[in-house]
Design a protein around this ligand. Structure first.
Ligand code: MG
Length: 256
């Protein structure tokens, strides 16, 4: 026979379990709501916070100090889509080997690779960086200026297919002898073909392309690897910036 006490305990127990599940459910959902709100806010001001971090932590006029500050921000504060210090070494090595005079970058973002390229150029070398977002272009200019490289780096707002040909013609630039591709992955191949169709890359020019595996540019990779008569390519298997994810940088020489 059940006593009144034991029935009471049973009812309380079942109620507690049910209530607890409800509490559990709402507790599970709460962090998601907060996280969503916080991540939207975090992404919204991220580039400005990076610029503030540079100004607070890097030595003005010292490009390496600016790169170190941005890398530290990417590792310890908020993730950023820069080429970063690991893949950045591949880019720097190619620049030092080629000693290019006329470099094109597609995708400036906060100016990290602009600084990395600018500091690795010969005395008479110059970088033209094409950036679609006027917000990123503005931040990149300030980063480059803080690093003391304004005279070596010009950031042009727009896309390759809309502004580059006019810019090259009006400034009397020769075909680019080094190209760094690091913008929207869906546009890698079409922008490469545009550059080739318009003879904007010099024969013997070096083309470095970031993020081949992550987020990934499979059509670009397939095209370049499918034309060995035109491109001599080395694929560098490496890690995504500020992460342990697998990524790849492709370095291709335009043979003709
Ligand atoms: Mg990238």
């Amino acid at each position: 026979m059940f006593s009144i006490n034991s029935i009471f305990v049973l009812i309380v127990g079942v109620a507690a379990v049910l209530f607890d599940r409800r509490i559990q459910k709402s507790l599970v959902n709460l962090p998601r709501v907060f996280c969503n709100a916080m991540s939207v806010e975090a992404i919204a001001g991220r580039e400005e916070r990076c610029l503030d971090y540079i100004r607070t932590n890097a030595e003005q006029g010292k490009p390496q100090s600016v790169l170190d500050a941005i890398d530290r921000f990417g590792w310890t504060q908020e993730w950023l889509m820069n080429v970063g210090e690991t893949k950045g070494v591949i880019l720097t090595d190619e620049l030092l080997k080629k000693q290019p005079k006329n470099v094109l970058e597609i995708g400036a973002f906060v100016g990290y690779s602009g600084v990395r390229i600018g500091m690795s150029l010969p005395v008479d070398g110059h970088l033209t960086s094409v950036e679609l977002s006027n917000k990123y272009a503005g931040i990149a200019r300030q980063t480059v200026d803080y690093a003391g490289l304004s005279s070596k780096v010009t950031i042009v707002e727009g896309t390759v297919s809309t502004v580059l040909k006019d810019y090259v013609q009006s400034n009397g630039l020769p075909p680019f002898d080094f190209v760094f591709i690091d913008h929207a992955k869906d546009y890698y191949l079409s922008d490469l073909l545009y550059l080739l169709d318009n003879s904007l890359i010099a024969p013997g020019g070096i083309i470095v392309a970031d993020n081949i595996i992550y987020p990934g540019a499979p059509d670009y990779r397939e095209y370049v690897n499918g034309h060995p008569e035109r491109f001599r390519t080395v694929e560098h298997l490496t890690k995504l910036e500020y992460s342990e994810k697998e990524d790849m940088v492709m370095v291709s020489e335009l043979l003709h």
